[in-house]
Ligand binder design. Structure first.
Ligand SMILES: C[S@@+](CC[C@H](N)C(=O)[O-])C[C@H]1O[C@@H](n2cnc3c(N)ncnc32)[C@H](O)[C@@H]1O
Length: 405
């Protein structure tokens, strides 16, 4: 066992970024597009080494929290400097300045991670819960079991040295661990311990990470489609979810996973699709099904009187719905120009979740279009984020808020 020297000593852009397995090439291209050099990649991960002399700029998104907006609380130098990471679409978790720990056995690896962790504490006081996150490619048969064994051995070793600190470890970077040095669900800088196994004998470990907001969601027996999971995940990236009494227009709604997700929170939904609703969305008292074309649908006719918010409370002047959901299977350029464009320009909604299918189109080209000067998101959103979600396939999900002025 030994702790290898820093992966790229003195290079603050040395990172290990995870993504959905099979999408490493796209993540690598995204990184190269912002002048970050890719050194190595494997299933579901990319390691970067150094820049070509220029500082990474990150993709421009309309004031995306994490990219330019909110500051990461108490983020230390690498995390604060890596705020541009918040603009990446394919990255899920980015380990900052990771160190390689190598070992032939479970115990050797666990001891290596403990040594790294203890050395990195250097007088740091750990008073609250802290994320202790262990990941690795699911494709490598047996690696999951080894990872679990090393994690357990690490917990025991750390418990012997620092019992109180070990007890405060939590296995993820999500709520309810409030007070942590990270921005939880919506993404941002996190401090704790992050371990990623690239193979049986090597783990990359870091104290700082950028959390991009994706996560695996639990299914609901009544949800009529797997798409339901995407919407549940999207709320986390947005940092908000529909509230009771809010209004939602769901374009391309059938069989109703997204509509069901909003209705189960008490929101009133107009579900627009010529296809049938199913499962928990069928005959739901808060879901009104409209057989109509999403592109021709205008929010002025969205709410029937009995559906409109009582007393107009939830629908402010100039806004006809609290939420726009859009999941139509259509060519993305067409959706951006002819559907998202009028909705955002007209400020017909306060918040939006829009899914774009890139299918055979080049996703990097689509990303450029979504972030280009002519994009409705850039022109009309207060902020937005593009993510390749854990539950997305060949598609991006864009979440954001419209301008209020
Ligand atoms: C991926 S599915 C939506 C799944 C849905 N979000 C859910 O959670 O169950 C896409 C839907 O878009 C609908 N669609 C495609 N073009 C449409 C259009 N022009 N107007 C309305 N719906 C459309 C299809 O009928 C299909 O039901």
């Amino acid at each position: 066992m030994r702790i290898a020297k820093r992966v790229a000593r003195g290079d603050e852009w040395a990172m290990l970024l995870t993504c959905q397995s099979g999408y490493e090439t796209f993540l690598a291209r995204e990184l190269e597009g912002v002048f970050v050099r890719v050194a190595e990649r494997g299933p579901g991960w990319v390691r970067t080494e150094e820049t070509d002399g220029r500082q990474p700029t990150g993709p421009k998104e309309g004031g995306e929290p994490g990219a330019q907006g909110e500051k990461a609380p108490q983020a230390s130098a690498p995390a604060a400097e890596a705020a541009w990471l918040g603009g990446l679409a394919f990255a899920h978790l980015s380990l900052l300045a990771p160190v390689a720990v190598r070992g032939e056995s479970v115990n050797a690896l666990a001891q290596g991670v403990v040594d790294f962790f203890l050395a990195s504490l250097r007088g740091e006081r750990v008073e609250t819960t802290w994320p202790c996150v262990w990941r690795g490619p699911q494709e490598i048969v047996g690696l999951g079991r080894r990872l679990g064994s090393v994690e357990a051995a690490f917990g025991e070793l750390l418990g012997k040295k620092l019992r109180r600190v070990a007890k405060l470890a939590v296995g993820n970077v999500q709520p309810p661990a409030s007070g942590l040095r990270h921005r939880a669900a919506a993404g941002g800088a996190a401090r704790g311990l992050f371990v990623f196994f690239t193979d049986f004998g090597r783990a990359l470990v870091a104290r700082e990470a950028w959390v991009h907001g994706q996560r695996r969601m639990a299914d609901d027996d009544l949800a009529p489609s797997r798409s339901y999971l995407k919407m549940e995940e999207a709320y986390g990236v947005l940092g908000r979810e529909p509230q009771a009494g809010e209004t939602v227009v769901d374009l391309g709604a059938a069989p109703g996973g997204w509509s069901y997700s909003a209705a189960k929170r008490g929101a009133r939904v107009v579900a627009v699709d010529n296809g049938p609703l199913k499962g928990g969305a069928l005959n739901h008292p808060l879901i009104e099904h409209r057989l109509a074309d999403a592109f021709g649908f205008r929010p002025s006719c969205a709410m029937t009187p009995e559906f409109a918010a009582p007393g107009g409370g939830a629908v402010a002047t100039g806004e006809l719905a609290d939420w726009l959901f859009c999941d139509v299977v259509e060519e993305p350029h067409h959706v951006l120009k002819n559907l998202v464009g009028p909705w955002l320009e007209g400020r017909w909604c306060r918040r939006f979740v829009v899914n774009f299918k890139f299918g055979r189109a080049d996703p990097l080209g689509l990303l450029r279009e979504l972030r280009g000067a002519e994009s409705a998101f850039v022109r009309h959103a207060a902020w937005f984020a593009v993510r390749h979600l854990y539950h997305d396939r060949e598609e991006f999900t864009v979440v954001g808020e419209t301008r209020t002025e």
